[in-house]
Design a binder for this molecule. Structure first.
Ligand code: URA
Length: 246
């Protein structure tokens, strides 16, 4: 409507208004009636269609899932309930990679949904993202019994899948969470304490190692280290850094 009005010549607008006033006068008004514009409470915003990259990646990720199948490549299959593939935006700019599923993840088939997951999700939210904006996966897809660390043969059998997930998603940055993810992806024997806080390269992708969220369940005061690591990632991605959480 706005464009129609601006497209009209001033003279035409005046003429139309005069006509309108004449009509109101004939209807018995001696002043202009109050016009009640109804403003809708919220204007529905159409959901953005997934980008071609995201829908193509979705298909490629499903192909990896199919290859994993009902996996028996290592001994973890004997005790697992569910394979935890990973989830999030298939075209994510940022990926988080943990060690392996715990009890809650084994039960639900979803990564980082237990206590450590709540800590990770809180960090993701404080960075200005939702879980759906990033991609979350693990080095091994089946739960090591009793939440022990995955063993060398288990990592060897499974790491190819997370590597393929990274290749498909092609994130701009990865945060590896804890020793297992960092040592596996970056092929290093250095500890997380030595590796965190600096970017490292994985096949041309910038990797920021940081502490595993379960570490903060025992040491909440140390969360600031991971916040600082995550701030470097935001700056690298050119995303405005939110205020430091209290
Ligand atoms: N710890 C991990 O490393 N990954 C999960 O998915 C949950 C807990």
């Amino acid at each position: 409507m706005g464009s129609k009005i601006t497209a009209m010549a001033d003279r035409q607008i005046k003429d139309k208004l005069i006509d309108l006033l004449e009509i109101y006068k004939k209807m018995g008004y001696d002043s202009l009636p109050e016009i009640n514009f109804k403003i809708p409470k919220s204007i529905p915003v159409p959901k953005p269609k997934p980008s071609p990259k995201a829908s193509n990646n979705d298909a490629l990720l499903n192909a990896i899932k199919d290859d994993i199948g009902n996996c028996t490549r290592c001994k973890l299959y004997t005790t697992r309930k569910n394979i935890v593939f990973g989830e999030g935006d298939p075209g994510a700019r940022l990926m988080f990679i943990g060690e392996g599923p715990g009890a809650d993840e084994d039960e639900s088939g979803r990564p980082f949904v237990g206590r450590a997951g709540k800590v990770l999700e809180s960090l993701i939210n404080k960075l200005g993202f939702t879980r759906e904006d990033v991609y979350i996966a693990n080095i091994v897809k089946c739960r090591p019994p009793g939440n022990r660390e995955p063993e060398g043969d288990e990592i060897a059998a499974c790491r190819g899948f997370v590597e393929r997930q990274i290749e498909v998603i092609a994130p701009e940055a990865i945060m590896t969470l804890g020793n297992v993810a960092t040592k596996t992806l970056l092929a290093t024997d250095k500890t997380i304490g030595q590796m965190r806080g600096e970017f490292h390269d994985y096949n041309g992708i910038s990797v920021m190692p940081t502490y595993h969220p379960s570490y903060f369940l025992r040491n909440p005061s140390k969360k600031i280290f991971t916040w600082n690591d995550a701030v470097k990632v935001l700056q690298f991605l050119g995303i405005e850094v939110p205020p430091r959480p209290a």
